[in-house]
Design a protein around this ligand. Structure first.
Ligand SMILES: Cc1cc2nc3c(=O)[nH]c(=O)nc-3n(C[C@H](O)[C@H](O)[C@H](O)COP(=O)(O)OP(=O)(O)OC[C@H]3O[C@@H](n4cnc5c(N)ncnc54)[C@H](O)[C@@H]3O)c2cc1C
Length: 558
């Protein structure tokens, strides 16, 4: 049967195209059909969001899929995430606390022009034998015992094709979620609008202050994903390899109602009030506007992910999507594609993968559940530089030291490793989850006590030895010693969490600076009354790190 495939992938966006490459890499003869409803080549710049990558997703694109030379030649290198916090005069960028790396980060990442990238990926996957049909709108999937039948409209004509596996990559169109009824709302209500401007916007030129311009080498601010924050929102500025610029506003409607930003004109008015410098620098660029898009309540969960018996799976935004703060979208694509391609390849080789599929599904859904507290209710904190600096550094430490390291070390498809990490209630994975939960609660509990506006500071994540070590070592291969390394990192996180708590508790309750702290039970609401059956030791280097990101003077603590 010429229209029979091993895998049909409805949806040829980032997730579907990269899934095909991952499958081909391990099994060059695998027969894949991608059905993409876009009619022709994707436009440069004004195509999709998902332009900023972070370490896990970058490793996936560069090393797992072998796209390193394409990325280095055609997309921009990224100089980390950069944040500007509220000041008394937001029109003066030099007055705002700035958080971002000065020197190049050892573990690389990229800014992606999604149009350029997807056009390349279509050609690249075709060159490896994958069939990609454009103008092919998938209408239905009928599941069968031996193969599934996919119905689609290609250039106005209804057609069918069959495959052993169907991998849904139709994003928010959610083909399989709708068909099988596993839609699941996400209790995280934030909206976004974005637009692309023709031409380069270089934040370095937003002030003539020579001292500010020399904080880092000229040209590096431009390559960062820049965030301007205040209560309830953040604004992004992302440079694209096509020499255009992506701008977006992401806002909690409880603080910034959607109808204040849902047209370009309203967004500009909103910028005039909330980010006057952005307005001043961007408004004259209006004639260069290439598009304007809106997305209300973008977060969504998923009730299912993979089925090893019925041979289907979801990837990319056809599964769950949380929040673009910290740019994790490509990370989740990397994880789902890794789970899904492993299941498909094993099953096609004759292995019964139902048990494995259940474990992968549970792992994926647990990751989504555990990741969402990073964002939920946190837009309230965005007007507070001290809390956000602590939170951003904590969130990075967490991300670099465990999930990113597990991914680069292939642990997510190692059942023995997953069992050791997560099965027992006191396992490393469970402890990691509890620590993270405690810290996210601490940031919320701290808010009523912390309202200082700090100004004129530059803070570099690499001023903290802990963050420098975690980021620099993401790609190190640990082999059999991986579990030991994770245990070491969790122990460092315990000390980091306890030290942050000591500082916050000293400020809020006047508790001693050497307070004994159990990071698993600590609570700002019960500063002197928590369970001390486990106490995280103080560590001089970590104490110095926390002092580096603590804006109050130490005398104010004791
Ligand atoms: C505001 C916002 C900002 C974001 N910023 C970032 C970021 O900075 N970094 C990051 O990593 N991620 C970011 N993301 C997430 C990122 O956009 C997604 O992770 C990524 O685009 C999802 O890829 P995908 O392949 O699932 O979906 P898409 O790339 O949208 O691809 C889905 C494809 O399916 C096709 N399709 C749909 N239905 C059908 C059908 N019935 N038949 C055939 N084809 C169909 C569509 O045409 C489309 O091409 C952001 C998301 C939002 C909402």
């Amino acid at each position: 049967m010429s229209n029979h495939y091993d895998v049909i992938i409805p949806g040829g966006g980032l997730a579907g195209l990269t899934l095909s490459l991952q499958l081909k890499k391990h099994s060059p003869d695998i027969k894949i059909l991608i059905l993409e409803r876009r009619k022709s080549v994707a436009p440069t710049a004004a195509h999709k969001v998902g332009e900023s990558t972070v370490e896990l997703g970058s490793y996936y694109l560069r090393e797992v899929l072998g796209l390193k030379s394409y990325l280095e030649e055609h997309e921009l290198p990224k100089h980390g995430l950069r944040f500007f916090f509220k000041s008394h005069n937001k029109a003066d960028i030099t007055s705002r606390v700035e958080l971002g790396p000065r020197a190049w980060l050892p573990t690389p990442s990229h800014q992606l022009d999604r149009g350029t990238l997807e056009n390349y990926l279509v050609e690249h996957t075709r060159s490896q034998g994958t069939e990609v049909l454009l103008d092919a709108n998938v209408k239905d999937v009928q599941f069968g015992n031996d193969f599934h039948t996919v119905t689609y409209i290609h250039q106005g004509e209804e057609k069918t094709a069959t495959a052993r596996w169907v991998a849904d990559a139709t994003s928010r169109n959610s083909l399989l979620k709708r068909k099988l009824g596993f839609q699941k709302p996400m209790d995280h209500h934030v909206n976004a609008v974005w637009w692309r401007l023709k031409g380069v916007i270089d934040i370095d030129k937003w002030s003539n202050n020579k001292e500010w311009q020399t904080y880092l080498v000229s040209g590096l601010r431009y390559l960062s994903t820049v965030h301007f924050l205040d209560k309830g929102y953040w604004v992004w500025v992302i440079p694209l390899g096509s020499k255009n610029t992506s701008i977006g506003i992401v806002a909690d409607p409880a603080i910034h109602p959607f109808d204040t930003i849902d047209t370009y004109e309203k967004s500009m008015e909103w910028l005039k009030v909330n980010e006057p410098l952005c307005y001043k620098m961007l408004e004259p660029e209006t004639p260069n506007k290439m598009d304007f898009k809106i997305l209300k309540h973008f977060a969504h969960d998923s009730g299912r992910a993979y089925d090893g018996t019925d041979r289907w799976g979801v990837t990319g935004e056809a599964g769950a999507f949380l929040d673009p703060f910290y740019s994790p979208g490509t990370d989740f694509i990397s994880l789902s594609n890794t789970f899904l391609s492993d299941l498909i390849l094993r099953e096609l080789n004759g292995e019964d993968v139902q048990f494995r599929a259940e474990i992968y599904e549970r792992t994926y859904l647990t990751l989504v559940e555990r990741w969402i507290p990073i964002y939920r209710n946190k837009y309230n904190l965005m007007g507070n530089a001290q809390i956000m600096v602590m939170k951003i550094f904590w969130d990075w430490a967490l991300y670099w030291s465990v999930p990113a390291l597990l991914f680069t070390n292939n642990a997510f498809t190692d059942l023995r490793m997953l069992k050791q990490l997560f099965a027992a209630p006191d396992s490393l994975g469970q402890k990691f989850g509890k620590l993270h939960e405690r810290m996210q609660q601490l940031f919320l509990d701290w808010l009523p006590y912390e309202n200082q506006i700090f100004e004129n500071r530059y803070i570099d994540p690499f001023d903290l030895h802990l963050l420098r070590d975690f980021q620099a070592n993401i790609e190190v291969q640990h082999g059999e010693k991986l579990l030991g390394k994770i245990a070491e990192n969790v122990s460092l996180l315990e000390k980091f969490a306890a030290e942050i708590f000591r500082h916050v508790s000293a400020q809020v309750h006047g508790t001693p600076y050497d307070l004994k702290v159990n990071p698993y039970t600590m609570s700002l609401n019960e500063a002197t009354n928590h369970d001390l059956s486990f106490v995280a030791e103080q560590d001089e280097a970590i104490t110095r790190d926390v002092e580096t990101m603590w804006f109050y003077s130490k005398e104010q603590l004791v």
